[in-house]
Each structure stands twice: as C-alpha cells, then as structure tokens.
Ligand binder design. Structure first.
Ligand SMILES: NC(=O)CC[C@H](N)C(=O)O
Length: 373
C-alpha cells in the first residue's frame, strides 16, 4: 500500500511534470510577504537565496491527485519547483541548483560531504544571503544536523521537504518551500543554526526528527519548535543552545570523507554476530540503539566490551524517541570506556560520531562532544 519509489526506479511521462506544477505547487493561494512600496534602493533590495535541490517528495510526482503515498520521488527539476511558487520572488532573489535528484534514503556520506561543501562555498560569497536545501524527508534530519555541525557560517541554512508530492490534493511542498525561502531570507534566522521548515513550523535541524511517515505534520522536536512562519513572516520564540555552525569546532572545508559508523537496533533476542559484521565491514564506531535507557542485554555486554577493547567505539543511544541517555545509567560506561549519545537519536548520533571521529578517537573528547553539540 505504501510505496514511494526513487526517480530511477519508475520513469514518468512528461505530462506528469505539467500536472505537478499545474495541480500541485502552483495552485494554492499563498500568503507571500509584501515588499515595501517605497522606491528607495534600500527598500527594494531583496536578499539573495540559493535553492540547492537534492530530490525527495518535494520534487515528486504521482499519476493521480489522489496519490499521496504512491508516487515517484525526485522527478521535478529545481527550476520547475521554483517556477511553481512564484511568491518566493517577492521575498528574495532566488536561483536554483540541482545538486542531486535522489530519494533521501539513497544519500551516502559522499553526498553529505559534497552537499556540505557546496553550501559552505555559496555562503562564503557576498552575493548569497541564505541557502535552502530541498530534500527527501527520510534522512532530512541527518543532513540538517550534519550541515549544522560543519558549515562555518551564520547565514541562514534551511532544509525543507514535503510529505506529499506536488501532484497530490493538499500538497504541502509549495508552502514549505515558500516558508523555507522566507526563513533563509530573514535576518531573524541569522545564527540560529540550520533550520527545517515543515508544516508551518521552524524546527531546529539539530533536534528535529521524522515521527510519522504519511501526514504533513511528520516533523517533531522533543524540545519544541524554534518558531513559525505565518503569511511570509518569521516568528522565532526560542534559540538553539547547542554548539553549531560558527561555534562548532568542525569545518566542512577540512573534511573530505567520513569514517564509517554503524547502528545496531536493540530488541529482545538480539543476534551478537551483527556487531562482528559491522566491525568487519570497517565500522569505527557502533551506535547501539538500545531499548529504554540505551540498555544492553546481559548476553551482549561481553561482546560490546570485546569490540571496544579491539578499538571500535561503542556509543549508547536509545530506540525510544524522546528523553536522553545518561552516563553510567544501566551500564558502567566509565568502566567499559563507552560513550553515551545524550538526547540524540541513533541516526543523529551516527552523524555526530562520524564528524567527531574526523578529529579524535579519544572517548573523553567524544563524550564532551556529545554533551556540547
Ligand atoms: N516524503 C519524502 O520525502 C519521502 C520520499 C523519499 N523516501 C525520500 O526521503 O526522499
């Protein structure tokens, strides 16, 4: 019943693109911010925003307007996405670049690094005031956190996706994209870290995660959204206190690849050999997505101690969506030289571990990094 295929898997006729634009993005009346009417140069100067498109459902197309879940992701090119939301032009001077055209589950570390470098390069330019990344929603939370950690800029970076393709009734991509450009063009977003605009909310890219797979209200942060976009205006109510962007010790300009980090999902009756397979495949760290408080079953403790003693890092996270894992709760992390992921979910812990491992393998340092970011 639920099938969303990548662009490569199912080519669609050109007519579908037209449907995507006519029936999806272009159709809804959108509240764009009114520009000042004064003729002074200062009053009409709009910020310059670059949209980097990577694919996902926001660039998806289905065969019928009733298809909200069965459609093909990553089909509509960036220029058509922009043309379908002309309201963005009242907010900013907008141009697009097609970086990838893929479903986000197909992102690898190579794509993360390439995207990070492009965002960094653009934001160093005086003629770029903000960047929007259009992205599939499956791994949007990883990319947003990665950019938050490694791009050394205070300028707004907004990652945006949609839950319905532009061809669907009540498609959400147009408003999400308009909101993304609004945030990327806003002074209020400067220094706030990477943000995600979905379903009217401005979420922190560090905190946000996808909680349901089928409705527009899919994105959630356990610490709450940072704000909202309403009718083309940004309203921030909170700030991210964790280190990010300019206060980060990581810099994409110094990163060309990421070390391999694996995740093992906790459950009853686990298979110990899975950890060996990850190590043999080259994992430098394993995020243990444990049950409850990041628990490790008694029959696996020796396995994880053994892995650690041979050099692979063990990071305790939890499969429970909210809350956080404390050191030495459930397991003696000090004694075993394990690290805890604090409030980061396993996917985000994997991103931070990979970035941190580009600088250090010292577990005290890694734990500091997990407290601070
Ligand atoms: N809503 C979506 O964007 C999901 C489509 C696809 N799985 C992706 O992540 O790109």
């Amino acid at each position: 019943m639920f099938s969303c295929r990548s662009g490569a898997a199912l080519p669609l006729r050109g007519a579908i693109f037209a449907l995507a634009l006519a029936g999806g993005f272009g159709a809804a009346p959108l509240g764009a911010r009114e520009m000042p009417e004064s003729g002074t140069a200062a009053a009409v100067k709009k910020p310059n925003v670059v949209i980097l498109a990577t694919g996902g459902t926001i660039a998806g197309a289905g065969a019928d307007a009733a298809n909200s879940a069965t459609y093909t992701a990553a089909k509509v090119p960036v220029d058509k996405l922009i043309a379908a939301v002309p309201q963005v032009n009242t907010i900013a001077n907008v141009r697009g670049e097609q970086v990838f055209q893929i479903a986000s589950e197909s992102f690898t570390d190579a794509q993360l690094v390439q995207l990070g470098k492009r965002v960094s390069q653009l934001l160093k330019q005086d003629d770029v005031d903000g960047v929007v990344v259009t992205h599939g929603t499956d791994t949007l939370e990883e990319t947003a956190f990665f950019l938050d950690l490694v791009v050394k800029s205070d300028k707004p970076i907004v990652v945006v996706g949609s839950m319905r393709p532009g061809t669907a009734i009540s498609a959400d991509g147009a408003l999400n994209l308009l909101d993304a450009v609004t945030v990327a063009a806003s002074k209020e977003a400067i220094g706030q870290g990477v943000t995600v605009t979905m379903n009217d909310y401005i979420q922190s890219g560090r905190d946000v995660n996808k909680r349901t797979n089928i409705v527009p209200s899919a994105f959630y942060s356990q610490w709450g959204p940072l704000g909202m976009v309403v009718e083309g205006k940004t309203y921030f109510f909170r700030s991210l206190t964790k280190r990010h962007n300019m206060s980060s010790e990581f810099d994409i300009d110094q990163i060309d690849s990421l070390p391999l980090v694996g995740i093992v999902y906790g459950s009853g009756n686990m298979i110990p050999g899975v950890y060996d397979a990850e190590v043999q495949a080259g994992a430098k760290a394993i995020v243990n997505a444990g049950t409850g408080n990041g628990s490790v079953p008694g029959y696996l403790v020796d396995k994880l101690k053994d892995i650690r003693s041979k050099g692979t890092l063990v990071i305790r996270s939890s499969r429970v969506p909210d809350g956080f894992v404390l050191r030495n709760a459930e397991q003696p992390d000090d004694k075993y030289d394990w690290v805890v992921a604090h409030d980061l979910n396993p996917a985000k812990a994997k991103v931070l571990a990979a970035v941190a491992l580009t600088k250090t393998t010292d577990t005290k340092e890694l734990q500091r990094i997990f407290w601070e970011y």
